[in-house]
Write a protein that binds this ligand. Structure first.
Ligand code: HAM
Length: 446
């Protein structure tokens, strides 16, 4: 290995990739729990696919001329000579797993959900990372637009359950293999006459993937886009009816949506419905959720045509939105009981008593590494414990323990063998959440 120049600082996480420190873990747990509840209600089953997949799965599935495949995939060759990629998204892997395990032979629809890390070599900026997390919901074997609406409803419900307000659902249809080629021709002939006014990227897009010109953020391209023919006016009858039904279901569900005729999404596998969910706040706000129907992907990656629809949400972006609403980190529920000990004999008894509490499912905090009672009481106070149990040499010899009410300072002594039962009784009287607060350890980190 080449000798490297001496580092000025210590090691840091790779650009665009972050440690998830304890304060953020609480958000991940909260989001995971919310997804799990919703998944159970709507009959989705959890699936986990490997972080690495054959690179070709994505180039075939997502499309060679998409930004994700062209610029953002982490691809490497293994010692055995296989080309693998860090997964940039979850739909192609879930389709691969669906086909590989013959799930098309199960009663349809098959509903799957996932939660995990994804990787895209992007230019890191607010809400855009190289390692990020998504949860996704995919439904296989159902072509009715009712599923498209239900998928939107699921993501909307999750965001609402996470107390995000002012959400915008943008919807569009990008047609299918019947109508999209015709529309593409129309669009290309419109753009061809305006090539000189387009940015260099869009000039290339006109040749390779004209719908992608709608994703361009350059002002001159936006101006041209505003006058471009809209796919919604050129859908075939089947796509038109599907889209109409989708909107009717959204109306029925009272989901506030707006039609964005330029929403095309950055992945090639979509057919008919596409949607995104954003927070209000102008174009600078990145999408929290994106998804749509992908009726051809099973055929592209396998043999059969299996209609499918789904979506995925960016967890870091959701956390950012949650934190913007409430600057404080989510609270940790902390134990209401603290076990303090004094002296070696008491310490020995305490670690055993601590296990008795665990077996009885009673959360207890401790600070066995500390010897001073004052320090332990300070810690008990800091975590907001309501009761501190104090075990000293004298108590151990007498087979007793002191119960200290942390609010009044009142102390009483009871038999050690009764303490677990007594705590169970007292906990019932303490209001839940009275001492949930930021984990005191967190303050050491931030
Ligand atoms: P996507 O729009 O590429 O769709 O990603 C979904 C969501 O992941 C985005 O709305 C965003 O919140 C988040 N996300 C994407 N890239 C990044 C990034 N670099 N940093 C942070 N967050 C990011 C898909 O991935 C499709 N597989 C969705 C889907 C599922 N369609 C059908 N089924």
């Amino acid at each position: 290995m080449d000798p490297k120049p001496k580092r000025k600082k210590g090691y840091q996480s790779p650009t665009g990739m972050h440690d998830i420190l304890p304060p953020e873990q609480r958000y991940f747990q909260k989001i995971y729990g919310t997804c799990e509840n919703i998944a159970n209600f709507y009959g989705f089953q959890k699936i986990e696919t490997p972080i690495l997949e054959e690179a070709e799965l994505f180039s075939k599935g997502i499309g060679l001329s998409t930004d994700i495949v062209e610029k953002q995939m982490y691809v490497f060759r293994t010692k055995g000579g296989d080309w693998l990629a860090l997964r940039p998204e979850g739909t192609a892997p879930v389709v691969r797993a669906f086909l590989e395990h013959g799930m098309q032979n199960l009663p349809q629809p098959v509903k799957l959900w996932y939660f995990g890390p994804f990787f895209r070599y992007e230019h890191p900026q607010a809400g855009r990372f190289r390692q990020f997390h998504q949860f996704g919901f995919e439904v296989f074997g159902e072509q009715s637009a009712v599923i498209d609406a239900q998928i939107v409803q699921i993501f909307y419900n999750i965001l609402k359950d996470l107390r995000l307000k002012k959400l915008i659902v943008e919807v569009n249809s990008i047609g299918d293999s019947q109508c999209r080629p015709y529309y593409k021709k129309l669009l290309v002939s419109y753009l061809k006459y305006r090539l000189d006014s387009l940015c260099s990227n869009c000039k290339r897009r006109v040749r390779e993937n004209p719908l992608r010109t709608f994703d361009c953020k350059e002002e001159k391209c936006q101006r041209i886009k505003a006058q471009a023919p809209q796919i919604i006016d050129h859908l075939c009858e089947e796509c038109h009816n599907h889209f109409r039904e989708f909107l009717e279901f959204l109306d029925e569900l009272d989901l506030p949506y707006s039609l964005n005729p330029y929403l095309v999404r950055g992945l090639d596998y979509y057919t008919k419905t596409v949607f995104e969910i954003l927070e209000e706040g102008g174009p600078s706000k990145p999408a929290l959720v994106g998804g749509g129907r992908f009726d051809n992907l099973c055929k592209v990656l396998g043999r059969e045509v299996i209609p499918a629809c789904g979506g995925a949400a960016g967890i870091e972006r959701i956390i950012e939105a949650m934190r913007a609403k409430d600057k404080k980190y989510l609270k940790y529920p902390l134990p209401k009981i603290f076990l303090a000990q004094l002296g070696n004999l008491a310490k020995r008894k305490s670690i055993k008593l601590f296990e008795d509490f665990r077996q009885n499912k009673i959360p207890v905090a401790e600070s066995f590494g500390r010897d001073s009672l004052k320090t332990q009481l300070t810690t008990a106070d800091r975590i907001g414990a309501q009761i501190t149990l104090i075990l000293g040499q004298k108590e151990v010899l007498e087979g007793t323990i002191i119960i200290r009410d942390m609010k009044t300072g009142r102390q009483e002594t009871i038999k050690l063998e009764k303490v677990v039962k007594e705590m169970k009784k007292r906990l019932k009287k303490i209001k839940p959440g009275t001492n949930s607060r930021i984990n005191p350890n967190d303050t050491n980190i931030y």
